[in-house]
Design a protein around this ligand. Structure first.
Ligand code: PEP
Length: 250
């Protein structure tokens, strides 16, 4: 299916000096990776990360961006600013942004638009809450999140979108979706993209699974037919664990 991409989401962890140290530790461990490798770091660590990844194939992601280019938005960072400093990727619509900071499907769509316009590649997170899974509406929720976020995204632009299926109940909980559950929803996302674009286009999109993926369970999750990689939180902060997950993505 899509190209394998393993991305770390460091969340609100690490100072610039710690960022340099962790990337220096990761670099030799992933030098033979056959997949794309990305680290998603806090805004204040982006400069250190960009410097540290030099000479490697590791990409650097921010964890959010605003939809306006500039203006009176105290505390915000624009996609243009990220692009100007050399950042290649941005994680958008993460469930922690949706749950704690008021991100909605509509604001996620606006952020996606701004990121694409600035030339960034987006890691777009979608996923259901436990109550929604228990109600049997996972498919509807994830399809709607995907459709709204991709509203106005052209077929050409879709090549700069990675989708991360992250069931909210599995994030940071140690409770991983089964390989079957992960594959079922990733396949459903691909079907949604087929409906919006075409089968050919949908096949090329990278669809990651995220939610307590770790060194022990990565191989099984990544072996699923519709899982093209992972978005890794906790385990991405431990270089050997992250490297094991990267090695499993082939
Ligand atoms: C995440 O933050 O996107 C994530 C999947 O976290 P964790 O791996 O810790 O569940």
């Amino acid at each position: 299916m899509g190209k394998y991409v393993i991305a770390g989401n460091w969340k609100m962890n690490k100072t610039p000096a710690e960022t340099t140290a962790l990337i220096e530790e990761i670099k030799p461990l992933v030098k033979d990776a056959t997949c794309d490798v990305i680290v998603g770091v806090p805004f204040v660590d982006l400069a250190a990360a960009l410097e540290a990844v030099k000479g490697s194939k590791i990409g650097v992601a921010a964890q959010n961006c605003h939809w306006e280019k500039s203006g009176a938005y105290t505390g915000e960072i624009s996609a243009e600013m990220l692009k100007a400093m050399g950042v290649g990727y941005v994680i958008l619509g993460h469930s922690e942004r949706r749950t704690y900071f008021g991100d909605t499907d509509v604001t996620v769509q606006k952020r996606v638009r701004a990121a694409l316009d600035a030339g960034l590649t987006v890691i777009l997170c979608v996923g259901e809450y436990l109550e929604q899974r228990e109600q049997g509406i996972t498919g509807e929720v994830v399809a709607m999140q995907t459709k709204i976020a991709l509203g106005g995204v052209s077929k050409e632009e879709l090549s700069r979108i990675i989708i991360a299926y992250e069931p909210v109940w599995a994030i940071g909980t140690g409770r991983t979706a089964t390989a079957e559950q992960a594959n079922e929803v990733c396949a459903l996302i691909r079907k949604t993209i087929t409906g919006l674009y075409s089968c050919q286009t949908a096949k090329k999109v990278t669809i990651q699974y995220g939610g307590s993926m770790n060194a022990a369970n990565a191989a099984e999750l990544l072996a699923q037919s519709d899982v093209d990689g992972g978005l890794i939180g906790g385990a991405s902060l431990k270089a050997p664990d992250f490297a094991t997950i990267v090695a499993a993505a082939k």
